[in-house]
Design a binder for this molecule. Structure first.
Ligand code: SF4
Length: 360
C-alpha cells in the first residue's frame, strides 16, 4: 500500500477498507504526520472550524461491579475497601450541585452492580430527572441493559423501553472496549460479547435512542483488531445513523490488574493516540464528531488530537473517578476558559453544544 496515494484517494471520497485502516494504524515515524494532516483536512470538511463542548457533570452511582474487568481500576467487589453505592439522598445532593452549575447534561457512571434490576435503574432515573428537570440524562451501557434484562426477565428491548419512558435521553456506547471476542475474553471476560453489544446498540438506535460509540485501545489488542472495531461501528452507523460521536478512550494502565499481571502493555504511545484519532476520522466517513477524552489524554495531547481529526472537547465533567482510579493525572473539571485558550491556539472557535450537538 502506498499511504500517499491512499490519502489522496480518501480526499477524493474513496472509502477505506479495514485492511487499509490496519496498514495506516501500523505506520510509525514521520510518515504519521501526513496522515494527521489528511485527517485534519477531513475534520474541516466534515465538522467545520468549531470545537464543541458540553456543559456536563459526571455522577458516579456505585463502584461495585460484577464484571471486574482487567483493564479497570474503578470496579470493586461488595465489601472491598473503598466500595460504595450512593443512596437517594447522596445522588440528589450531587444532582442539585449539577443544576447549580448550570449543566445541560448529567452523565451517570457506574459499575454494574450485581443486585441492580430494571427497577433500580428506573428509580435512579426518576430521582435524577425529578431533581434536574430539562437536563439531558446520558446513562447506562449496553452491558447494564443486558444485566437489567437478565435480572428482570425482560427482553433488552423491554429494558430500553422502560428506561426511555423513565427519562433516559441517550445511552452510553461504553462497554464496547474492542469489539473482538478473542480480545474481550482477556480484557473483560464477564462483559457482554460483541454480538450482544451490537444488538443492543441497534435496538436503541431503532427506538430513536441515540448513543455514543467508544473504543478502548492500548491494552491488549493489535492494529487489525482496532480496525475491525472501527469497521463494526461504521457498518452500524450506515444502517442507523444513531451514533452521535466516536469517543476514543486510551487505556490508562497504572492501577489496573491487566497491567500489574503483565498481560497488557503500558498503554498507547503519544503517536499511537493521535494516529488512532486520525485514522478514525478518515475511516469513519459517516461520523461527524470525534471527541477527545481530556481526562485520559491530558490537555496537551488533547490539543494535538484536536489538530489530528477530532472536533469535540467532550464535557466540563466535574469528576471522573474511573480515569482517576486507573491512574490518570487530570480528570476532574475543565473550565471552558482553558478550552477557549486551546481553541484560539488552533485558530478555531469554541462553541457550547447540547448532548446531541445542537449549538447553544
Ligand atoms: S470497566 Fe466498567 S464494567 Fe468493567 S470493572 Fe470497570 S466499572 Fe465494571
Amino acid at each position: 500500500m502506498d499511504p500517499g496515494r491512499l490519502l489522496d484517494d480518501i480526499r477524493e471520497g474513496y472509502r477505506m477498507t479495514e485492511q487499509e485502516a490496519t496498514s495506516l494504524l501500523n505506520i510509525r515515524g514521520r510518515e504519521v504526520f501526513s496522515i494527521l494532516a489528511a485527517a485534519d483536512d477531513m475534520r474541516e470538511k466534515k465538522a467545520g472550524n468549531i470545537i464543541t463542548y458540553v456543559r456536563n457533570q459526571n455522577i458516579h452511582i456505585t463502584n461495585i461491579c460484577k464484571n471486574l474487568c482487567g483493564f479497570c481500576g474503578f470496579g470493586k467487589s461488595p465489601g472491598d475497601e473503598g466500595a460504595y453505592c450512593n443512596d437517594r439522598e447522596e445522588i440528589e445532593k450531587k444532582v442539585a450541585l449539577a443544576v447549580e452549575r448550570k449543566v445541560t447534561e448529567i452523565c451517570l457512571l457506574s459499575g454494574v452492580h450485581p443486585d441492580f434490576t430494571i427497577d433500580s435503574y428506573e428509580e435512579i432515573l426518576a430521582w435524577v430527572t425529578r431533581a434536574a428537570p430539562g437536563v439531558h440524562v446520558h446513562a447506562f451501557s449496553p452491558d447494564e441493559v443486558a444485566h437489567a434484562s437478565d435480572r428482570s426477565g425482560l427482553s433488552t428491548i423491554g429494558v430500553l423501553e422502560r428506561l426511555q419512558k423513565a427519562g433516559l435521553g441517550s445511552l452510553q456506547g461504553t462497554a464496547a472496549e474492542i469489539l473482538v471476542d478473542d480480545v474481550r475474553s482477556v480484557i473483560c471476560p464477564n462483559k457482554l460479547n460483541t454480538h450482544d453489544w451490537t444488538k443492543i446498540i441497534r435496538e436503541a438506535h431503532r427506538m430513536k435512542i441515540p448513543t455514543t460509540a467508544t473504543i478502548m485501545y492500548g491494552s491488549y489488542e493489535n492494529a487489525p483488531e482496532r480496525a475491525k472495531h472501527l469497521s463494526i461501528l461504521r457498518e452500524i452507523q450506515d444502517e442507523t445513523r444513531g451514533f452521535t460521536e466516536l469517543v476514543p478512550l486510551t487505556y490508562i494502565h497504572t492501577g489496573t490488574p491487566l497491567y500489574q499481571q503483565g498481560i497488557a502493555r503500558a498503554g498507547a504511545t503519544g503517536l499511537e493516540d493521535i494516529l488512532l484519532i486520525a485514522v478514525s476520522r478518515l475511516f469513519l466517513d459517516n461520523f461527524k464528531n470525534i471527541q477527545v477524552s481530556w481526562g485520559k489524554l491530558g490537555l496537551k495531547m488533547s490539543e494535538l488530537s484536536l489538530a489530528s481529526g477530532a472536533n469535540d472537547f467532550a464535557g466540563t465533567m466535574f469528576a471522573d473517578d474511573v480515569s482517576r482510579d486507573a491512574g490518570a493525572e487530570s480528570a476532574e473539571y475543565l473550565d471552558p476558559v482553558v478550552m477557549e485558550r486551546i481553541a484560539k491556539d488552533l485558530r478555531r472557535q469554541l462553541r457550547q453544544r447540547t448532548t446531541l450537538y445542537d449549538l447553544l
